[in-house]
Structures are given as structure tokens and as C-alpha cells.
Design a protein around this ligand. Structure first.
Ligand code: C2G
Length: 447
């Protein structure tokens, strides 16, 4: 009996896949099909899958070509499988010509002509080409342009900014560059907003009222009432409003939260997050100083995210301890927020005028989770116990700081009209309220 094996993602199964399977089966008497797991696909840059692993497996099963289906989960598994199943022939489409020649050491390798004119990514892109407009002028928006190229079905259609002269070349070259938000909104389906904290609320509101989906850099608003109003507007206008804190979309960060929920470190007693990016205040442009990208607005949402996602938002009391730059009204160069919860405590340290170790430590009754700096670009964490022998280490590749995953989540929410919210509304509201209290000097201690 000649045993054949082939592998693929097989997202949104199409006739190119089916022809491949048909010819693979014809190479022998028994065909094994390896379907890639979501995690494995993510590590190899495939982040736009429309179907779950079980849906993709079911689609392969229904073709009737596979005598056995296995899940491909790690780099190198092909060698293990070829040995385990005593395979005679490995086959794959000719788009991989040469890439799997190393398998010739174990079995025959045959590349089958790839079917022209169809691909899963092509189907995904045709599905709904979302015209995404950028609002703001932060250089960060360049990253959105770059990261969007990894997301099937999204096209950056232009930028609306009050500072066209400050735009980089890649932003200036976009098809629409304007300072008129009303006109701009007529030419997009959705917007990504990263202007400045004071401006976000009105820009988001305008977009929602025009029936546009919004992904806005946190904070959405500088007070709870405005933030709540924005979520209500999104609901009433049947559009998606998502807060952009890229950490929330990293696989490692999401798995860290799941480990905590699974009780891996027992009861969480303390969450301590530090985020700093030293930039001497004198080096900050008037834009940044005046436009309130101070320490709390820049880093507060990121630092508060794990606190509120792990401990909730019902703290009993808090202190906001800030150092304000002497040349500014409310530009904090450093802020530490201390929370007391019913059965735990938390601290968030943020600074643009102070440098510290950007780590996240979650302390529990059985052990603790340690995320090294820069923890907010989460790709690695450790679970540490009293006996170091029991320590566990986890790594999940994070491409593009998590921005592309954020965009995929936003697009999926729009396409399915369900909010794949990684950041619950109550957390958004709590973040806005912290900023509100800071600006109202409520629970604030100045140092
Ligand atoms: N294929 C094809 N014609 C197409 C599209 C895909 O012959 N128009 C083949 C591919 O060459 C591959 C199989 O169908 O052999 C599955 O394709 P994908 O689902 O795109 O997955 P891919 O990542 O290309 O699979 O590690 C090996 C890879 O997993 C191969």
C-alpha cells in the first residue's frame, strides 16, 4: 500500500484545494491530510483565517479524499508524521517547489501543479474590501499602513489630519490627504483614530453618527459620560466601536489571562504594571505637550488593561500620584496609580519623563506570572513557583507588536457584526474615568 501525505490550511476550501487533494490521492492508495492549527498558522503569518480548525477539518472530511486527517501544530512535524505513519510520498502544490526538498531524506517528494486563478487570500479579500481611513497624524499611523498589508480585505484609503506638513512620505502618498473630516468620512467604511486624547471623543462621535465603524486608540474619551455616550451611539447606529490597545490582541497576553483564570497561580493578590518611554520633556513637540499625550494618556490605558481585566473595575479606593512638569498645566512626567480591591491590590506606573523596568508581575497564592520588559509587546511570560523546578515558560510569536491582530479582530467584528471585543466596555469606561479623575484632581496626590 502506497501511503501519501499532504498538508495545508484549507481555509474556505476551493477547487484549487480539491484538485490538489484529488491528485494527491491518485499518487497512492492511502492519503493522510494534515490541517494546520490556528496557532501554527499564526506563527507562519497566516492571521486572516475565516474558518476555525474544526470547520476546516470538517470540510476536508466531506471531500472524501482523506483516509486520515491529522492536525499540523509545529514546525518540523512533517518529519515526525512521515516516520510515524510510514509515508512513501509527501506532496504539496508547486507554489512550494523546492521548499520541502529536505523531506527527500525520508520519502519521495512530489510537487503538483498549483491551480491558477484561485486562492483563499483572494477569496477573503474579495469578501469585503473595507476602506479604512486614518485620522490623526501620529507617526504611529505609519505602522497601521504597514500592518494593514498583512490583513486580507482591508485597504487604507487615506488620512485626515490637521497637520499635513508633519506627515511622513508613506502617509502623504495615500490617495486621500485632507483636513476635512466630514468629507473624509464620506469616502471610507471605517476609521482608525490616533490623533490626541482631547480630540478622540468628537472625532469618534462624528464617525459613529455617519454610520462608520471606529477603531480608536485609547483613551476613547477623557471622562466616563462621554465614553458611555460613544458606546451607546455605536449600538444605536449598528456600527462597531473598538478601543485600540494592541496588547489585548497578542496571543501571549490572551493565554496569560487564561492561565490566571485556570488558577495556575492561585488567588491573584497583586497586579503591578510599569510602562515608561523616556523622552525628555523639552524634546517633546508643542503638539505632544499641548495635545495631552502625557504619561497617563500615553501609557495609562496599557498599564490599566491587565489590572482591570484580571481584578475587575470595582476597586474600593485609589490614589493617583503624579509629578507634573513645571512648564505645563497637566503634563505628568510620571504617575503611579495605586488601587485597593476587596481581596487584592494593584499598581500602575507610567512615565514619559521617567525610565523604569517595563515589566508586568501578577502575584498569586501559589506562584506568580512574570512578563519581562517590554511586557506590553507580550510574546513571552513565565509562571514561577516556590520551587523553580516547577517554573513554566511560554512563548507565542508576536508579529508587528500585535497591531495586525487588532486589525483582523476589528475586520472580523465588522464582517460578522459581533464585537470580538478583547476590551470590554466596562474597562473602557473605567479607563476614561481614571483620566477624568486625574484632570479633575480627584484622588490625586502631587509629588
Ligand atoms: N493549492 C493549489 N492551488 C491553489 C491553492 C492551493 O494547488 N489555487 C494547494 C497548495 O499548494 C497546498 C494546498 O493546496 O498544497 C493547501 O493550500 P493552502 O490551504 O493555501 O495552505 P498552504 O499553507 O499553501 O499549505 O506546510 C505546507 C503548507 O501548509 C501548504
Amino acid at each position: 500500500m502506497i501511503k501519501v501525505i499532504t498538508y495545508g490550511t484549507f481555509d474556505m476550501l476551493h477547487y484549487g484545494h480539491i484538485r490538489l487533494l484529488e491528485r494527491a490521492k491518485a499518487l497512492g492508495d492511502y492519503l493522510i491530510v494534515g490541517v494546520t492549527s490556528d496557532d501554527f498558522d499564526k506563527t507562519r503569518g497566516k492571521i486572516n483565517l475565516q474558518q476555525s480548525l474544526s470547520e476546516r477539518v470538517e470540510a476536508i472530511r466531506k471531500t472524501g479524499f482523506a483516509d486520515k486527517i491529522v492536525i499540523e501544530e509545529y514546525e518540523g512535524q512533517k518529519i515526525d508524521d512521515i516516520k510515524r505513519y510510514n509515508i512513501d510520498i509527501f506532496t504539496v502544490g508547486s507554489d512550494w517547489e523546492g521548499y520541502f526538498d529536505y523531506l527527500k531524506e525520508y520519502c519521495k517528494v512530489i510537487y503538483l501543479e498549483r491551480t491558477k486563478g484561485i486562492s483563499s487570500s483572494g477569496i477573503r479579500s474579495e469578501k469585503a474590501l473595507l476602506k479604512l481611513g486614518l485620522v490623526g497624524s501620529a507617526s504611529f499611523l505609519e505602522k497601521i499602513v504597514k500592518e494593514s498589508s498583512y490583513v486580507n480585505g482591508v485597504k487604507i484609503s487615506g488620512i485626515c489630519t490637521d497637520y499635513p506638513e508633519s506627515l511622513s512620505k508613506s502617509l502623504k502618498d495615500l490617495s486621500i490627504v485632507t483636513d476635512n473630516l466630514d468629507d473624509f468620512l464620506c469616502n471610507v467604511d471605517a476609521v482608525y483614530i490616533h490623533s490626541f486624547p482631547k480630540a478622540h471623543y468628537l472625532q469618534v462621535k462624528k464617525a459613529l453618527l455617519k454610520g462608520k465603524h471606529v477603531l480608536c486608540e485609547s483613551p476613547l474619551a477623557l471622562n466616563r459620560k462621554d465614553c458611555f455616550e460613544l458606546y451607546k451611539l455605536a449600538e444605536n447606529n449598528h456600527v462597531i466601536l473598538m478601543e485600540a490597545i494592541k496588547t489585548a490582541y497578542s496571543t501571549a497576553y490572551q493565554r496569560l489571562l487564561l492561565m490566571l483564570k485556570a488558577g495556575k497561580i492561585g488567588h491573584v493578590v497583586s497586579v503591578d504594571a510599569t510602562c515608561t518611554s523616556l523622552k525628555s520633556i523639552t524634546a517633546l513637540s508643542d503638539f505632544e505637550l499641548d495635545k495631552k499625550w502625557n504619561s497617563l494618556a500615553t501609557w495609562g490605558p496599557t498599564g490599566l488593561l491587565p489590572v482591570f481585566q484580571i481584578l475587575g473595575t470595582s476597586f474600593k479606593c485609589k490614589n493617583i500620584i503624579s509629578h507634573i512638569d513645571k512648564n505645563s498645566e497637566k503634563f505628568d512626567t510620571f504617575t503611579k496609580i495605586e488601587f485597593v480591591f476587596p481581596n487584592s491590590v494593584a499598581s500602575v506606573k507610567v512615565g514619559r519623563g521617567v525610565k523604569s523596568e517595563g515589566e508586568l508581575v501578577v502575584s498569586g497564592t501559589k506562584g506568580y506570572i512574570y512578563v519581562p520588559s517590554p511586557w506590553w509587546k507580550t510574546d513571552y511570560f513565565e509562571i514561577r513557583y516556590e520551587n523553580p523546578v516547577d517554573n513554566k515558560r511560554y512563548f507565542y510569536q508576536l508579529d508587528g507588536e500585535g497591531i495586525r491582530y487588532e486589525l483582523v479582530s476589528f475586520l472580523k467584528s465588522i464582517q460578522t457584526n459581533t464585537t470580538y471585543l478583547k476590551i470590554d466596555q466596562d474597562i473602557s469606561l473605567a479607563i476614561s474615568e481614571i483620566l477624568q479623575d486625574f484632570y479633575d484632581d480627584k484622588d490625586v496626590i502631587f509629588i
